[in-house]
Ligand binder design. Sequence first.
Ligand SMILES: [Zn+2]
Length: 311
Amino acid sequence: MNEERRGVYPFCAPCTASSEAWAAETAGPMGSRFYGHRDVCENCGSSVRTLYNTVLWLPVSKVGQFRIIPTGGRTYVGRKVVTLPVQTVVRREPVSAIARHPELDADPGYQQAEVYWDDHEPGRALPFYQSALTEREKVLAADDPATLRVRLRVAQGLLATRNYGRAIAWFELLTPQLTQVFGPHHELTRAATEATTGARLMVGGPRSEAQLLADIVAADEDSLLARDPQVVRDRAALGRALLACGDISEALEALTQVVRDATPGHPDTAVYRAALAEACEIAEGRGKKREVQLAEAARRVLTGEGAPTSM
Ligand SMILES: [Zn+2]
């Protein structure tokens, strides 16, 4: 099963291809409401509906068109309908340093990974991609296009083998890096965005995600050193899930530890620092005493001389 060609659950592949991941905004002072109901899909039952901002239940401005599947009561899952072809901006493929290291692509383990992947055997490909990634990171930058391609395969392999928590942790790291290196509309970036949405739907909401990741971090801590990149990555995902649950103090504690343990100069560290800065902003905006104190401590870690920095 190839995650790139399948639909994002519960949408079928054609409906997935004609839309993009969309996270519904939380309700503001204005409301919003769907109108219309057309293009019902026989495969997945989704239909295209138009979302309007409403004031006192009156539609005042159009937000856009969405493919919607009701999930009971007033809940639904939706994807934003894409009207323009996504490859409208011509962007050159980024240059990789792998040309100077032909042994990486020629490596029998990497070749084996590719064969398994093409045979729709992601579980068998995964360990080979994981060791290929280790080899690449020894000679290439972590955000070299050739490294990122294998990192994406590792994340996709985890997703395909139902390791949803660890897959989410990888995709959250990868998506900003792919966006930066390949651009937001590149097929690899889109594959990562879609996969994150798919993994989240399988996990079933921030609370289940936080619980799953807390168990994963506990298992990591039993078997790995404190600053092992896997522990740091999984804890960062836990921190983000806690933030999504509104557990701001716990999120700040987890993300502060992540930034303390992250490897200086590594591109992952920039992603972790951005997550902690976001948590600080949320805490400062809410103004609750304990959260503000934790945010102050976190800011000191972000700016402090002893703290790991990136780039
Ligand atoms: Zn469909």
